[in-house]
Design a protein around this ligand. Sequence first.
Ligand SMILES: Nc1ncnc2c1ncn2[C@@H]1O[C@H](COP(=O)(O)OP(=O)(O)OP(=O)(O)O)[C@@H](O)[C@H]1O
Ligand SMILES: [Mg+2]
Length: 232
Amino acid sequence: MGGIIEVCNLYKIYRVGEEKVRALDGVSFSIPKGEFCAIVGPSGSGKSTLLNMLAGLEPPTRGTVRVAGISIENMDENHLVAFRREHVGFIFQSYNLIPTLNALENVAFPLAFRGIGRDERLREAEKYLDLVGLRKVRDHMPGQMSGGQQQRVGIARALTVHPEIIFADEPTGNLDSHTTMDILHLMQKIVREQKQTLVMVTHDNRLASYADRRLHIVDGKITAVEEGAMAL
Ligand SMILES: Nc1ncnc2c1ncn2[C@@H]1O[C@H](COP(=O)(O)OP(=O)(O)OP(=O)(O)O)[C@@H](O)[C@H]1O
Ligand SMILES: [Mg+2]
């Protein structure tokens, strides 16, 4: 053990009417710091449920989750908000950009919660927009950008606060295969350079093959753990 993420005997049971859904059915694993880890499995297997639990977005029914040395399974919402702000970044499939802010302002947005002044926020955001190759669309609103560009903005936004861990749920789910590879390269390169940990959910075995570690999940259970990345 000793990973940046440690999960022990995790269960998530949803009640739908009379029925119980075992979204997570006794899951244990550890993810070492600095790795790119993929959670891979078919639709409905429990990937998003697991990611939400690792990120402190939803409480487990039973079991423990330690992230960056902190037990989060019993934390109240105020502490979880602080935990997320301090340790984690998110990249979503649907980008989740703020439609009324341009690219640069979207990237700068998370810094507003850190008591950083507007000029410094925009300077910092500009660095990350450059990093993802988007200098030329800095003034574009989300509606004026392609899907791949919006996802790059989403990545830059996740990075501005220097999270130790970045969670990405199907980050390339809405992109064509060429853009998908570009985005995957970019995420891998950045987290390696900055020694961050990346946890990515995907249903696509081919994409998962680029990760350092693959947790295969079927019906809420981890069925296999593989190590070793294909060269990108
Ligand atoms: N809020 C909820 N209430 C009840 N059941 C839920 C809830 N969220 C998820 N489930 C169920 O838990 C199981 C796992 O769902 P989850 O969203 O984690 O799957 P997934 O692997 O992310 O699938 P996909 O690839 O389609 O996104 C599914 O059977 C789903 O129907
Ligand atoms: Mg999902």
